[in-house]
Design a protein around this ligand. Sequence first.
Ligand code: NAP
Length: 457
Amino acid sequence: MLRVAVVGSGPSGVYTAQSLVQQNEVPGVRVDVLDRLPCPYGLVRYGVAPDHEKIKSLQGALRTVLEHDRIGFVGNVEVGGPELPPGRLLELYHAVVYCVGAAKDRRLGVPGEDLAGSHSATEFVSWYSAHPDTAAEGFALGARSAVVVGAGNVAVDVTRILARGADELLPTDMPQSALGALALSQVRDVHMVARRGPSQGKFTTKELRELGSLPDAEVIVDAAELALDPAFQDPSGLPAVNRRNVEALRNWAAQPPRGGARRIHLRFYLRPVELLGAVGRVTGVRFEHTMPDGLGGVTGTGTYEEIEAQLVLRSVGYRGVPIPGLPFDPAHGTVPNAAGRVLRGGVPSPGEYVAGWIKRGPTGVIGTNRPCAKETVTSLIADAELLGGRQIAAEPLEVLRDSGLRPVQWPGWLAIEDAEAALGRSLGRRSVKIGDWPGLLTAAGVPEESPSAAPHS
Ligand code: NAP
């Protein structure tokens, strides 16, 4: 019998739990999947864009795992807080696997970054995904022109949501407040700006091409800017994804203007040097033109361009957040590990493991987490005999409750789902997400005055 806690119920956590119960080496293994939120699925619920229904439907597969008879969901439990430091958790389980992702955004490090109207893409994504830590009234969208800094898939997501009409988002589970703000949006121009060349975008082709399929938005690409990229003349040496990206961009550059309520400008070779402002609000972004340095990077040209913007979304990647009591490598934003075994002072710490972004950094698609989780579970299984000899508490959930925590178990989550379906019906929509802590905890049947609700409300 081996009792394992997986911390985090996003894809990496769920794949870890699945891999553990599928291993025949430890037939009696039981897994509790803990989450700080009362809702499971991590970034699939709170990161994948609401109009990406196919990826969202992955929740069905994750659900099947969480309903396995040897896996339990334990939401509304924060690991690393005063009630439950990592050392305490290790007294309750033979092993703990941290799958907590990379919760924060990276900073640009330029003047003006904190002006009103400048936000991380993470804040914007959390807002339209109804994350309970984000205020529902977060974005008024009175801006006419928006700049999105970065050229990854998150930048493409937020660009697309800004350029899509609210009517198209009506069938999604987007919260009513965000849908209302998008319906009143004044945004007409969205500039998605990369510091390197078009052949070096981090976006994937399917996501990039989707920008051209929005019914009321036009994609504008400058052929002269594309021509600055040496790989653009001869893309044959590029990886397939970059070659296809180049093709999509080339096609847009060749198209005559077709008009549309909104314009998406895809810009390259511009690095942000300052966010400009007046009376504390952002008014634009000053960029330095760059050029290829011949080594895959870019170098400044000493010439500048300002793009007007009343809204700036900084989409330059995520970074991991330290959990108090767990080692952390600030340079990489990860927990030091060897094949998933947490290293304390360079030595594997018995019973502590990591998987997903907190193990390898915020890269890859959702499926990348499967082999990553498998590697960690292989390490854990190899250690199982040693771990099984550790004395642990008989009833971990009882201990959590005695510590003042109020876990939301699977029936509580199903009750939240029912409440979201009822909210959707009352609005004449499909299921609509509840986006505040009291609303979620009430739906889950957790008393409002519960000690675990206090820090969040
Ligand atoms: P990302 O893919 O790492 O892209 C970050 C972008 O920010 C890059 O274009 C990078 O440019 C740029 N950047 C970094 N620092 C900068 C700076 N100081 N100034 C200007 N630009 C800067 O990160 P992400 O978009 O946040 O995505 C994270 C992960 O989630 C990725 O693996 C992504 O594929 C995945 N994701 C997937 C989907 C999907 O499959 N639909 C959706 C969302 C996210 P350089 O390349 O020049 O460094």
